[in-house]
Design a protein around this ligand. Structure first.
Ligand code: ADP
Length: 393
């Protein structure tokens, strides 16, 4: 008995053919970038997509990039698309290097500065008379880590010179936009062309689930009642998060448990269990860390393990580091040094995955105290273990 005909097409990385209920936004994007297939080089466009987690921001940009480059080719123009994840890349240099890689720009092996790399990309496109649309996904993350100067570099290298018009940008940030620390001009510049995605309603999620289920599961293994149940749980208008990824994940988990039981039909009970086992907190954390470097994950796992073991609510930096060394040994990884470990913890804290505070003055041996405000820890530990194993492979 089986449920899935294609599990991959339910995975978060998969780019579906269509995006039900995002047709209007796709048209909006197309009109923003229309100049690339009418008067290329006339401007350098910048568009910001915002929305809460799971509202389809990434999917929208990728589907747009895929369809638009195809359209351009049909019309005889050369438009390239690159999708850069700023969470994975973090620094201005890495972001620019990734753009270069995705556009197949040959890069000399000697070290280049960000600026030099950027110029190299522009000249490469210019020589080939190509234009590119670059999506900087999780841009809020880049803004937080790399700071205003880096943002300024990308956002405001604008029209002035013709060469710059080879690159056009889509920025993706979570809503509400946390770019408040930028100077008003840069922020105004970013907000000028805004595509805002609202959380999905129950009816919209139902349509999305149905569309994605048809692609990934055998007919008869699910029914409308099952899909409706998930859609009602997650629908924004029913008090849910309006998060399509969450809805799809519930469907996926429910399908897996039916399959594991040797059944070829998903029941409402499977869905109830799936909902219980995919707590919102853990899902949102899993989204926040799926691109984190391996050692950041190892540290997070150490924190989770130690919180479980000790039953305490807070941990000292020193003990986390000790646990981390043991965890590294277990996975066959060489532990990072103290300062780097500290950096990783601060990074986890900045992105809200852990909370840190300094133990009171007066106390001898002041230390950083670390805690996690969510759980359950056993589920989290299992999740992290699987993610780490996958990454180490
Ligand atoms: P975000 O970037 O806003 O967090 P994603 O684009 O990653 O959201 O979407 C989360 C998941 O939901 C992905 O698997 C995506 O393919 C799917 N999804 C989102 N919106 C739609 C839609 N309108 N139709 C089909 N699938 C969708």
């Amino acid at each position: 008995p089986s449920i899935f005909k294609s599990r991959e097409s339910l995975s978060p990385e998969y780019i579906p053919d269509q995006l039900p209920h995002r047709e209007k936004e796709l048209r909006e994007l197309t009109s923003y970038f229309k100049h690339l297939v009418t008067t290329p080089g006339s401007i350098s466009q910048r568009v910001l997509i915002t929305g809460r987690v799971g509202t389809g921001k990434t999917a929208l940009a990728k589907v747009f990039g895929r369809d638009f480059t195809r359209l351009a080719t049909e019309k005889g123009y050369k438009v390239r698309y690159a999708h850069v994840n700023c969470h994975r890349n973090r620094t201005l240099y890495n972001v620019i290097a990734d753009i270069g890689r995705q556009l197949d720009v040959p890069v000399p092996s000697r070290g280049l500065s960000s600026k030099e790399m950027y110029d190299l990309i522009l000249n490469y496109l210019d020589e080939r008379d190509e234009y590119a649309i670059i999506t900087l996904d999780e841009f809020h993350y880049f803004a937080n880590i790399s700071g205003p100067d880096a943002v300024y570099f990308i956002v405001r290298t604008y029209d002035a010179e013709e060469l710059f018009r080879r690159l056009n940008f889509i920025f993706i940030a979570i809503d509400p936009v946390k770019l408040g620390f930028l100077d008003p001009t840069t922020e105004g510049y970013l907000l000028r062309h805004l595509v805002k995605l609202n959380p999905y309603t129950s009816q919209q999620l139902f349509d999305i689930l149905k569309y994605r289920a048809e692609d990934s599961m055998y007919e008869g293994s699910y029914d409308d009642e099952v899909l409706r149940f998930i859609a009602d749980f997650e629908g924004w208008d029913k008090g849910g998060g309006g998060n399509a990824r969450h809805a799809l994940e519930i469907l996926h988990v429910a399908g897996s448990s039916a399959e594991a039981d040797g059944r070829s039909r998903i029941t409402i009970e499977d869905v109830r269990k799936a909902i219980m086992n995919t707590s919102r907190e853990i899902l949102s954390v899993s989204e926040a860390i799926r691109d984190s470097p391996i050692h950041e994950l190892l540290i997070l796992l150490s924190i989770v393990k130690l919180l479980r073991k000790t039953g305490r609510s807070e941990l000292k930096m020193g003990e986390v580091e000790e646990e981390y060394n043991a965890v590294c040994e277990f996975y066959g990884e060489v532990p990072r040094r103290h300062t780097q470990v500290y950096e990783y913890v601060m990074n986890l804290s900045r992105t809200g995955i852990v909370q840190t505070r300094s133990s009171g003055k007066g106390q001898r041996g002041r230390s950083t105290l670390i805690t996690l405000p969510y759980g359950p820890l056993d589920v989290l530990e299992k999740y992290l273990d699987e993610l780490i194993r996958k990454k180490i492979q």
